[in-house]
Design a binder for this molecule. Structure first.
Ligand SMILES: [Zn+2]
Length: 297
C-alpha cells in the first residue's frame, strides 16, 4: 500500500514553483538578477537610465511593487536614502526589510572607495559610507554576482542548483569579456579626466585613469558659473584628456566646458538602457569602452 502511494506521488506532476518577485532599484541590478535568475525570477525595475537614482519619488506604484516583492536588490551605501526607506516603510513588507534575507545591497558586498574621513553635510551630498556607484567596475559586478546568486539560492532553496548553474555560466562569460575589455582599454591607462558627478571612481580605478576635476562644486550640487569659470582656468594650465558625463545628467555644463577648453566630452550610458547599445551588462561595458576610446581619437 505504502509503495503504491509513493509511486502515485512520484507520478504526480511536479507543482510549478512560484516565480520569485524581485524589486530592483536600478537597471544594472535588474540586469544582473535576470542573468542569475533566468525564468525563475520576475524583475521589476524602479528607475530607468534616464533618471537620477539619488532622487526618485516614492510613488504609489512603487509602493505596490515593493509590497509584492520577495527580494529587493539595490545599491545601498545611501544612494537611495532619499526614497528607499520611505518605500520600505509604506510597503511594510516584512520579507524585504533591512536585515532580512530579502534585502540585498550591492555596496555591502565589497569595500567602498572614497570613504569620508569626517562627515560634514556642508560638503554637499556626501555619501557617508563611501562612494555607492560600485557597478561601473566589472570586477565588482563579478563579486556582487557571486553574493547575489548565493542570496537567491538561500531564499529560494528549491532552485538553488538553478542559480548556481547560472552563476557559473555568467561568470565564465564575464571573465572572458573582462579579459577582452582590459586589453582593448590599454590606451586609456594614465588618462586624466574631468567628471560631472563623482560617480566613476570604480571605473577609473579599473582602467587606471585619474580624475583631475569635478563639474559639481560639491557632490550632488549643480555646477555654478563661477565654479565652471575656475575649472576653465585650471584646465588651461593643467589640461585633461576627457570630460565624462552620465547620460541622465544635464548636458549644458559639460558641453560648455568642452567648447571652452577643447577637451572632448564623452557621454557614457552609466547603466543598462543609458544608450541604445547598452542593452545588458555586457553591452553596457562594451559601449562605455567604445565611447571612451572613440573620444581619444
Ligand atoms: Zn552619487
Amino acid at each position: 500500500m505504502l509503495r503504491i502511494l509513493m509511486l502515485l506521488i512520484a507520478l504526480l506532476p511536479w507543482p510549478a514553483l512560484a516565480t520569485l518577485q524581485v524589486f530592483a532599484c536600478e537597471p544594472e541590478w535588474a540586469a544582473l538578477t535576470r542573468e542569475l535568475g533566468g525564468d525563475a525570477v520576475k524583475v521589476f525595475t524602479a528607475t530607468t537610465a534616464r533618471q537620477d537614482p539619488h532622487h526618485i519619488q516614492a510613488r504609489p506604484s512603487l509602493i505596490a511593487r515593493m509590497r509584492r516583492a520577495d527580494l529587493l536588490v539595490c545599491t545601498g551605501a545611501e544612494l537611495e536614502i532619499g526614497w528607499l526607506p520611505l518605500l520600505l516603510r509604506k510597503a511594510s513588507n516584512g520579507k524585504v526589510q533591512p536585515g532580512r534575507p530579502g534585502h540585498f545591497l550591492a555596496a555591502e558586498q565589497l569595500p567602498l572607495l572614497e570613504r569620508p574621513s569626517h562627515l560634514d553635510r556642508a560638503e554637499g551630498d556626501v555619501h557617508a559610507q563611501g562612494n555607492p556607484h560600485v557597478h561601473t567596475d566589472p570586477r565588482n559586478i563579478a563579486r556582487i554576482a557571486k553574493a547575489l546568486a548565493a542570496r537567491l539560492a538561500s531564499i529560494d532553496p528549491d532552485r538553488a542548483d538553478h542559480y548556481r548553474q547560472r552563476l557559473r555560466d555568467f561568470t565564465d562569460r564575464w571573465q572572458q569579456a573582462m579579459a577582452d575589455w582590459t586589453e582593448r582599454a590599454a590606451p586609456l591607462r594614465g588618462r586624466q579626466v574631468v567628471v560631472q558627478h563623482r560617480q566613476w571612481p570604480y571605473l577609473l580605478d579599473w582602467l587606471g585613469m585619474q580624475r583631475v576635476a569635478t563639474l559639481e562644486p560639491k557632490p550632488g550640487l549643480p555646477p555654478t558659473p563661477g565654479h565652471l569659470a575656475a575649472l576653465k582656468t585650471q584646465l588651461a594650465t593643467q589640461p585633461a584628456d576627457l570630460i565624462l558625463r552620465a547620460a541622465y545628467l544635464d548636458p549644458a555644463p559639460a558641453r560648455w566646458l568642452s567648447r571652452q577648453t577643447g577637451i572632448p566630452e564623452v557621454v557614457l550610458p552609466f547603466t543598462v538602457g543609458g544608450s541604445d547599445a547598452a542593452q545588458d551588462l555586457f553591452t553596457l561595458f562594451e559601449d562605455t569602452l567604445t565611447r571612451l576610446l572613440g573620444a581619444l581619437q
